[in-house]
Design a binder for this molecule. Structure first.
Ligand code: ADP
Ligand code: MG
Length: 249
């Protein structure tokens, strides 16, 4: 397990601007996440939430045009995705991952080997997998639906970015995901960045900070109560301030 300087934030994003296919998507993002904190990133569709997740993880399609990303005090702006995974960053994708011909458990085991840099013995892995499934009350036949949340518990990242992990899930599945996240929050001192445009998944979770992204600008920040406010009044109130920021760019 990598130890970072206590005085350093776990994640420190400074003035980050990002292009996708020559189009400027994110504008001067500043974001600090400390060890063990749960942050929520909200915003309307197309705001750039997934772009931020992909950029943090080092997806090569997302080009940093300005600013820097520090993880555990180390400047990782130019590091490849696998290096970031090894340092303890984890991104669960919005779209369910399909890996033809590879079983769910083999897939996670490979990811775990990549994360630890060691070959994980199948016997040890199966024991861990079973434990995690019991914690989640998980029906193995659910398969891919629960893959992301199982990965979260098994890979034990120091920063987990969960992108719309709740979208398209029924009530029971949302409960499984929430339970997994709660388990991660309580047993590890990992941090979370939960990206969502709905608030269902957040109902039973402790949230330290909420950020609102509109049109590639972070336009508001608050504690967990900002989630409730957005629940009631939507994003309307923030869209004006995003337009003002855009004009000044
Ligand atoms: P959100 O996750 O908040 O809904 P996205 O980050 O997916 O928003 O998208 C923000 C903008 O970036 C959109 O205008 C989208 O069209 C564009 N975009 C994101 N990813 C890509 C991509 N891989 N190729 C082309 N355009 C993209
Ligand atoms: Mg998205």
């Amino acid at each position: 397990m990598e130890e970072s300087d206590m005085s350093e934030p776990l994640l420190n994003v400074k003035n980050l601007s990002v292009n996708v296919e020559e189009k400027s998507i994110l504008h001067g993002i500043n974001l600090t996440i400390n060890k063990g904190e749960t942050h929520v990133l909200m915003g309307p569709n197309g705001a750039g939430k997934s772009t931020l997740g992909c950029t943090l993880m080092g997806n090569p399609n997302y080009h940093v045009t300005d600013g820097e990303i520090f993880f555990g005090g180390e400047n990782i702006t130019k590091e490849a995705a696998d290096k970031r995974a090894k340092l303890g960053m984890f991104l669960s994708f919005q779209n369910p991952l399909e890996v033809p011909g590879i079983s769910l458990s083999n897939f996670i085991r490979s990811a775990l080997s990549a994360r630890t840099g060691k070959n994980v013995r199948i016997w040890d892995f199966n024991k861990e997998l079973q434990k995690a499934m019991e914690v989640l009350d998980m029906d193995p036949s659910y398969g891919f639906r629960d893959l992301k949340i199982l990965q979260l518990l098994l890979l034990n990242p120091s920063l987990a970015i969960l992108d719309e992990t709740d979208s398209g899930l029924d009530v029971d599945a949302v409960r499984t995901v929430s339970k997994g996240i709660e388990e991660y929050q309580k047993s590890k001192d990992g941090a979370l960045l939960i990206i969502t445009h709905s608030t269902r998944i957040l109902e039973s979770l402790h949230v330290d900070k909420t950020h609102v992204l509109v049109d590639g600008h972070l336009v508001a920040e608050g504690d967990g109560s900002l989630v409730d406010e957005i629940n009631e009044h939507g994003f309307e109130q923030f869209i004006v301030s995003a337009n003002e920021k855009g004009e000044n760019n």
